[in-house]
Write a protein that binds this ligand. Structure first.
Ligand code: AKB
Length: 313
């Protein structure tokens, strides 16, 4: 393989595992990791790394030209909880990085883009259960507004300029290699760490708040699958619904208790409850299944088993 791929936001929760998987697949030298700070040892030692602020078009263009990059995965973003605290910073980061990458593709400096969307594009007026691919959206969070706008821009650049940009609406992602930061679904990772270190967890969401979630291995597999699919199979140029499992904090706690019987959970909802209340409880991803063969492999039981096994080490 001769192509070179750039990961922007390579040190974050998804970026880290995506970079490592792509390096295993294509060879470390072909996958250029970039972020505004350095990542963990495994990431830093397995291939090239650049300090890069992707809101800076010139700096981004320079890295792309230097390595002869043809594909970009734009994983840098401010997530839902932090974005409520810093609306303008979130808007600038989430939108300017996307425009920079879309414009590089429009000017034929790169060939293909992956840009992540989120279940946050949906809002309080969206059907809550089995949320369809195409439905009422009306997001009520800063992050959701930026992701919905991003989806519209991706579709616009595809229609107007034939930019090959592909996207998934990720649910909450559960992983053990890197912590999430600033999201509303972060409880579903923190809970495993606290279960092992303290035997208890104080959850910032109510016990019956059901949200769509996915284990990281599934999320990475979906990301590679949509990027490798033939162009004609990608019929949604905004973003695809993607699902694996849905559960409440209470159900998650019961699942952990089956392995760690002494585990205790308490509930102290904060401002993130309102964000969670505005999101779907479950997602219909039939379109992704039909268009590019998506199918999840991890349910809650399997996720708990793998999370606890790896975090114990
Ligand atoms: C968040 O909670 O903000 C993210 C997301 C669902 O996009 N994990």
């Amino acid at each position: 393989m001769s192509k070179y791929i750039l990961i922007i936001g390579a040190c974050g929760q998804i970026g880290t595992e995506l970079t490592l998987t792509l390096r295993e697949k294509h060879g470390g030298e072909h996958i250029i990791a970039s972020d505004i700070r350095e990542g963990n040892d495994e990431l830093m030692q397995s291939g090239p790394f650049e300090i890069l602020d992707a809101t800076n078009y010139d700096a981004l263009e320079e890295v792309i030209a230097y390595y002869g990059i043809s594909e970009v995965y734009l994983m840098a973003a401010m997530l839902s909880a932090t974005a409520e605290k810093f609306p303008m910073r979130a808007w600038n980061l989430n939108m300017n990085t996307l425009f920079n990458v879309l414009n590089l593709a429009k000017d034929k400096k790169i060939e293909k883009i992956f840009w992540p969307s989120s279940i946050a594009v949906f809002g309080p007026n969206t059907p809550k259960e089995d949320t369809p691919q195409n439905t009422i959206m009306e997001p009520s969070t800063v992050y959701g507004i930026s992701k919905q706008s991003g989806e519209r821009w991706c579709e616009y650049y595809f229609n107007k300029f034939n930019v090959d940009v592909r996207s998934i609406r990720y649910p909450g992602l559960i992983s053990w290699k890197t912590m999430p930061g600033g999201g509303t679904t972060d409880y579903a990772v923190e809970i495993y760490h606290k279960a092992l270190t303290e035997g208890s967890y104080n959850c910032f969401l109510e016990e019956d708040t059901k949200l769509p979630m996915m284990f990281m291995d599934d999320a990475i597999r979906a990301t590679l699958q949509i990027m490798e699919a033939p162009e004609e199979n990608i019929k949604e140029r905004s973003a695809y619904n993607l699902a694996a499992m849905s559960f409440t904090p209470k159900e998650m706690a019961e699942n952990i208790k089956a392995v760690l019987p002494k585990f205790k959970i308490t509930y102290e909802p904060d401002f993130r409850q309102e964000i969670a209340n505005s999101w779907p409880s479950s997602i219909d991803d039939t379109t992704a299944q039909n268009d590019w063969g998506w199918n999840a492999e991890f349910d809650l039981k399997k996720t708990t088993q793998v999370m606890l096994e790896n975090l114990k080490k």
